[in-house]
Write a protein that binds this ligand. Structure first.
Ligand code: PMP
Length: 441
C-alpha cells in the first residue's frame, strides 16, 4: 500500500491558492485519495512526492509518445531556446516542421497553421469551415471531444436520461456558464451510423459547413468505425457542399505515419493535430487543402496567438518528426507494444472470467468493463460499460504501481519496455482477482 502523505499535504496547500488545487478538471480524478503531486518522471515511469513509482499509461494524456523527458528532445529544445523563445516573427525551423509534417502525412498541396493546444486549434478549424463555406451549422458527434470551448463542448459524455432519443440527440452542455446561443449552431449526431447522418443532411444539408469527428474515437472506448463509414461520411459531406474534418489531436503522429488518413485511406479536407506532435511540448497544428487554408492565408479567417510557433515547441516538433521519420519501424513497434497489452487483458478476461475488455489500436486503446465484444458508440458505452468497476480496478492497480487514466484510455510510449508490459499484465491479473473478491463480498 503506497502512502501519499506528502501529496495530501501539498493538496491542502494547493487548494488555498489554486481553484480546486488542480489546473485541469480531469486531474481531480486520479485513482488515489487525493490528486497526486509528482516529483519527477522519466521514460515510462513517474514518481510522486512520497517516492512511489508508477508505470505511467497516462503519459500526459497522450503527448509523451517517447515517454517522459526524452533526452533527445530536451537537448534539442535547450539548444534552440538559447537563441530566444518567442520572436513574434517567422524563422526557418517553422518551415522545416511544416514541410516535414506534410511529407509524413503524405498530402499534396496542403498548408498548415500552428497554435498551442488542441482546444485552440479545433476552434480555428470550426471558424475556417464556416468562413470557407459561408454556412453556420456544423455536425458534432456524441462521445467525441474537441476541447472545452463554448462552441463545441456539447454531448461529450452525456447522461442518456438527458440526451434525448437516439434519432434526434439533444446538445447537452458539458458545463454551466456556456453561451447558450452556441447550441443553435451545433447539430449533435450519433456516430458510426451513416443513416442518422443522412437524415441530418436531408434536413439541414445546404446549411452545414462541415462534419467534425475523431476518426478513431479515442475519447470513447477507442472505437474504430464500421468499414466504409468514413468513406460514406466524406461522400455525404461533399455531395452537400460541406467539409469533412478529422480531429487527430490524439491519433495524429501516433497510430501510423499518415495518421487516420492513412488508416482509412480517406483524405479529409482539414485535420487537426496536437498531443504526440512534439513529445510533450505544447503545440497544435491545423493542416488542410490549400484552397481552404487560403482563407486563413489572406486573413479572411482571422487567426492569432502570441505563443504560436514558439521556439521551444517548434524545436520539439522538429526533433520528434526527425525521430519518427528516422525509424521506419517507429509506428509498428509502438503498435506491437500496445497489442501485447490488449491481447493480455482480453486473455485475462477469459482466464479469470471477468468482463474486462480492451479495444482500439496498440498505440492507444481503451479499457472498460463490459460483456460486449465491441462497443460502437457513446450510447453503447453508456448502456453497457460499468464505469464504477473500471474505477475500482484502477484504484487497485494504482496501489500496485500502475497509473491508468480515469477515462479508460491507455497511451503507449516508445519508452515502455517489455519488462513494463509484463509487470503491467501481472499487476492487472492480481488486481482483477482482488476486484472479483471485492465484488463477491
Ligand atoms: N481534441 C481531442 C480529440 C482531444 O482528445 C483533446 C484533449 N484530450 C482536445 C481536442 C483538446 O486538446 P487540449 O487539451 O490540448 O486543449
Amino acid at each position: 500500500m503506497n502512502e501519499i502523505n506528502n501529496s495530501k499535504k501539498l493538496y491542502s496547500k494547493a487548494k488555498k491558492y489554486i481553484a480546486g488545487g488542480i489546473s485541469s478538471q480531469i486531474r481531480v480524478l486520479e485513482h488515489s485519495e487525493v490528486p497526486l503531486f509528482i516529483s519527477n518522471a522519466k521514460g515510462s515511469k513517474i514518481w510522486d512526492v512520497d517516492g512511489n513509482e508508477y508505470i505511467d499509461y497516462i503519459q500526459g494524456m497522450g503527448p509523451n509518445i517517447f515517454g517522459h523527458a526524452p533526452d533527445f528532445l530536451n537537448e534539442n529544445v535547450s539548444k534552440e531556446i538559447k537563441n530566444g523563445m518567442i520572436y513574434a516573427a517567422q524563422f526557418d525551423k517553422e518551415i522545416e516542421v511544416a514541410e516535414k509534417s506534410l511529407e509524413i502525412l503524405n498530402v499534396k498541396d496542403w498548408t498548415v497553421r500552428f497554435a498551442s493546444s488542441g482546444t485552440e486549434i479545433d476552434q480555428l478549424l470550426i471558424r475556417l469551415m464556416r468562413g470557407y463555406t459561408n454556412r453556420q451549422l456544423f455536425v458534432k458527434f456524441e462521445g467525441h471531444y474537441h476541447g472545452w470551448m463554448d462552441s463545441i463542448n456539447y454531448s461529450v459524455h452525456p447522461d442518456l436520461e438527458l440526451a434525448g432519443d437516439s434519432s434526434s440527440p439533444e446538445a447537452i452542455p458539458e458545463s454551466k456558464g456556456m453561451d447558450q446561443n452556441t447550441k443553435n449552431s451545433v447539430i449533435i449526431a450519433r456516430w458510426n451510423d451513416i443513416d442518422h447522418l443522412k437524415q441530418i443532411f436531408e434536413k439541414y444539408g445546404n446549411q452545414i459547413a462541415g462534419v467534425l469527428m475523431e476518426p478513431i474515437l479515442a475519447n470513447t472506448n477507442c472505437i474504430i468505425p464500421d468499414d466504409g463509414y468514413i468513406q460514406s461520411v466524406k461522400k455525404l459531406c461533399h455531395d452537400n457542399g460541406s467539409l469533412i474534418a478529422f480531429d487527430e489531436v490524439i491519433t495524429g503522429f501516433r497510430i501510423l505515419k499518415g495518421s487516420a488518413k492513412e488508416y482509412f485511406d480517406v483524405t479529409p479536407d482539414l485535420s487537426t493535430f496536437a498531443k504526440s506532435f512534439a513529445g510533450g511540448f505544447p503545440i497544435a497544428m491545423l493542416a488542410g487543402k490549400r484552397e481552404i487554408m487560403n482563407f486563413i492565408a489572406d486573413g479572411t479567417v482571422y487567426h492569432g496567438g502570441s505563443f504560436n510557433s514558439n521556439v521551444a515547441s517548434i524545436a520539439a516538433a522538429n526533433a520528434s518528426l526527425d525521430h519518427m521519420i528516422g525509424d521506419k519501424n517507429f509506428f509498428y513497434n509502438l503498435e506491437q507494444k500496445g497489442q501485447k497489452l490488449i491481447h493480455g487483458i482480453n486473455a485475462l478476461s477469459k482466464d479469470l472470467d471477468i468482463d474486462i475488455h480492451a479495444q482500439g489500436l496498440g498505440s492507444v486503446f481503451s479499457i472498460s468493463f463490459t460483456e460486449k465484444e465491441h462497443i460502437r458508440d457513446w450510447r453503447d458505452h453508456f448502456t453497457n460499460c460499468d464505469e464504477n468497476k473500471y474505477k475500482s480496478f484502477c484504484e487497485i492497480a494504482f496501489k500496485k504501481g500502475i497509473r491508468l487514466s480515469s477515462n479508460g484510455r491507455v497511451h503507449l510510449s516508445t519508452a515502455h519496455t517489455e519488462n513494463d508490459l509484463e509487470k503491467t499484465l501481472e499487476v492487472f491479473k492480481h488486481s482483477l482477482i482482488e476486484l472479483k473478491q471485492k465484488l463477491s463480498r
